[in-house]
Design a protein around this ligand. Structure first.
Ligand SMILES: Cc1ncc(COP(=O)(O)O)c(C=O)c1O
Length: 426
């Protein structure tokens, strides 16, 4: 056992998957096999993980990590949550998959529950998907049904990697190798409401697509009032307001949706919201939610589809994840633990920490120097998973079940970092 594994937890065991148990192996052996079998789009894995429990995961060498990234804002209930595991197993053992020529009670109950937490008015509907990208792809197609093709998105945006979602994504390095992308998307400066108003003066706009807090760009919340102004402008100009809550939705910010927070949303009712990530607690599921009558009928019969979307097992996962969040009061835990964690990091007064941003358990720690990769590497060595989402920003998106005590161990790690670090770790 290494210093990082505790006596209370068993070390990594051979993984039992498929008909044969997967042979035992070390992190190094598995990493080597990964590089020969998996396409190199993500780079070499930082560790090969074999199991999880609550907010912790263990690697193939038996080392334990506090997972402060939560599978990039996905593992809302932590790992191997017994209620979620039981619900998924029960659904799979009863009815695992049907086509969309049929429906299941689980799917219908999930759709109704999603509309309810979204506070969607009468006439609202959902289209169920498998990922955030697909939810945004559906939203993009929805915008084309307005009869207009000009779509506004924000600089710094991230909406996914399929051709349509990529067209809405700002980062040149992601876009350029795949051009030409679907036409009609224009980017406006982040958080600048006057620039947005000016953009509406041009050709008629089909839709504005916006994240309430840009996650991939470094946990950047929209300035207060921006969404309300965006709502007013879209309404005035007959355009759709599409809010991408793939990262911020399903409780991540302490509200079901970030746009429901008064200081972010200002009471706006969007035309559409996309959601995924935390929705299934780790099971792949996403959704496009349309608000009210006219927009909910824009995509008609035969105009969109998916084999897996609305799958009973994915629906059971989502329904149970939402149920556990409600039953265990996890939204309050997200707000409380998140707020205390942000203030404790700020209170350190550490020379490396320039500021802390975010809402609930979506947190960006801004560093005084571009050493986020080095900080993340040191954290990993010490048993913490965090994400250097840009050179000066560490992103945290831990499970909603995180306790103050667990969060405090990370604050202690930050406190112990030297006041100066360089990118190469010197
Ligand atoms: C705001 C936002 N939209 C869309 C996506 C794409 O979601 P997915 O990776 O599930 O396709 C992401 C993923 O990081 C995201 O953060």
């Amino acid at each position: 056992m290494t210093a990082l594994s505790t006596g209370r937890h068993r070390a990594a065991a051979p993984v039992d998957a498929g008909l044969e148990p997967v042979a035992d192996g070390s992190v190094a052996q598995w990493t080597d096999r990964y590089t020969h079998a998996v396409m190199d789009t993500f780079g070499a894995p930082q560790r090969v993980l074999v199991r999880g429990e609550g907010p912790y995961v263990w690697d193939a060498d038996g080392r334990r990590y506090l997972d402060l990234l939560g599978g990039i804002a996905v593992n809302a209930l932590g790992h191997a949550h017994p209620t979620l595991t039981a619900a998924i197993s029960a659904q799979l053992g009863t009815l695992g998959h049907i086509s969309n020529f049929f429906a299941s009670p689980t799917q219908i109950a999930f759709a109704e529950k999603l509309l309810s937490v979204a506070q969607a008015p009468e006439g609202s509907r959902v289209f169920l998907t498998n990922s955030g990208t697909e939810a945004n792809e559906a939203a993009f197609k929805l915008s084309r049904r307005t009869g207009r093709t000009r779509v506004l998105a924000l600089e710094g945006s991230f909406h996914g990697r399929s051709m349509g979602a990529l067209a809405l994504t700002h980062k040149a390095a992601y876009r350029e190798p795949f051009e030409p992308l679907p036409a009609g998307v224009e980017f406006v400066p982040f958080g600048d409401a006057d620039a947005l108003a000016a953009a509406f003066e041009g050709e008629p706009v089909a839709a504005l697509v916006v994240e309430p807090i840009q996650g991939e760009a470094g946990v950047l919340p929209l300035p207060p009032g921006y969404l309300a102004r965006a709502r007013q402008l879209t309404q005035e100009h007959g355009a759709l307001l599409i809010v991408d809550e793939v990262q911020t939705g399903m409780g991540r910010t302490g509200a079901w949706f970030a746009h429901q927070l008064p200081h972010i949303g200002g009471g706006v009712v969007p035309d559409a919201v996309t959601v995924a990530k935390g929705l299934g607690g780790g099971f792949p599921v996403g959704a496009l939610i349309t608000f009210g009558e006219p927009v909910s009928t824009l995509l008609g019969r035969g105009q969109h589809g998916t084999t897996f979307g609305g799958n009973p097992v994915a629906s059971a996962a989502a329904l149970t994840t939402i149920g556990v969040i409600e039953r265990d009061g996890l939204l309050a835990n997200v707000s409380g633990v998140g707020e205390r964690l942000r203030s404790r990091i700020e209170a350190l007064g550490h020379p490396l920490v320039a500021g802390v941003r975010g809402e609930g358990l979506l947190i960006g720690i801004e560093l005084a120097e571009p050493v986020a990769t080095e900080v993340a590497a040191r954290a990993l060595e010490a048993g913490f998973i965090v994400n250097p989402c840009r050179p000066t920003t560490i992103r945290l998106a831990p499970p909603f079940v995180l306790t103050d005590e667990q969060a405090g161990t990370f604050v202690d790690l930050l406190a112990a970092l030297p006041g100066r670090l360089t990118e190469d770790g010197a």
